[in-house]
Design a protein around this ligand. Structure first.
Ligand SMILES: [Fe+2]
Length: 189
């Protein structure tokens, strides 16, 4: 590998294969998700991911490069970990949280890969490629943010409140902890 041009092509091939692997993996993630917002997020991202494949094909055409012939081992590994979640049984909210953890690993990988590819395209003054890569990068970032919101607003609070019921039975009486809280407040003044 001698030129940044070659490196960009190599990076695009890696991404192309990564996105194609993800198109195959997302339907099972959507099927496993039980929180409706999460199921919806996976389904929406599947459609976006199909567009990401097409955008990369357009970039390949613009650069007169075939993007086939490479396997993204990192994505294969991330999907393999996602499959471990798919095989798990148990609390549906905990499993949703596990799906989110797996999916966010994928998004962060893609965000970094698209960031690198965009920087290379910029350096090589490939304007069309820069714009197309940026479009996908924005969608990956939005998908990641959406997963965080679903996790923090719905999945984790609901999963934790399910667990709290167990903890409450072992907790001290409310009076004991509140008087301790009060004396702590007083001593801090
Ligand atoms: Fe993507």
């Amino acid at each position: 590998m001698e030129s940044l041009n070659e490196l960009l092509q190599d990076q695009l091939k890696d991404l192309y294969n990564a996105e194609k692997q993800l198109v195959k993996a997302l339907p099972a993630m959507a099927k496993k998700a039980s929180t409706p917002a999460l199921k919806d997020a996976f389904t929406t991202h599947l459609e976006e991911t199909k567009e990401h494949v097409q955008r990369l094909e357009r970039i390949g055409q613009a650069l007169s490069t075939k993007l086939t012939g490479k396997t993204c081992k990192a994505m294969a590994g991330l999907i393999e970990e996602g499959k471990e979640v798919l095989a798990e049984k148990g609390n549906r909210l905990v499993l949703d949280a596990a799906l989110i953890a797996a999916a966010q690993r994928v998004e962060h990988y893609e965000i970094s890969a698209y960031g690198s590819a965009r920087a290379l395209a910029e350096k090589l003054s490939q304007r069309d490629a820069v714009d197309l890569l940026q479009e996908t990068l924005d969608e990956e970032a939005a998908a990641d943010k959406k997963l965080s919101t679903i996790s923090l607003d719905e999945v984790l609070p609901e999963a934790a409140s399910g667990n709290e019921e167990d903890e409450d039975s072992q907790a001290e009486p409310a009076g004991a902890s509140s008087s301790r809280g009060r004396s702590k407040q007083r001593s801090s003044r």
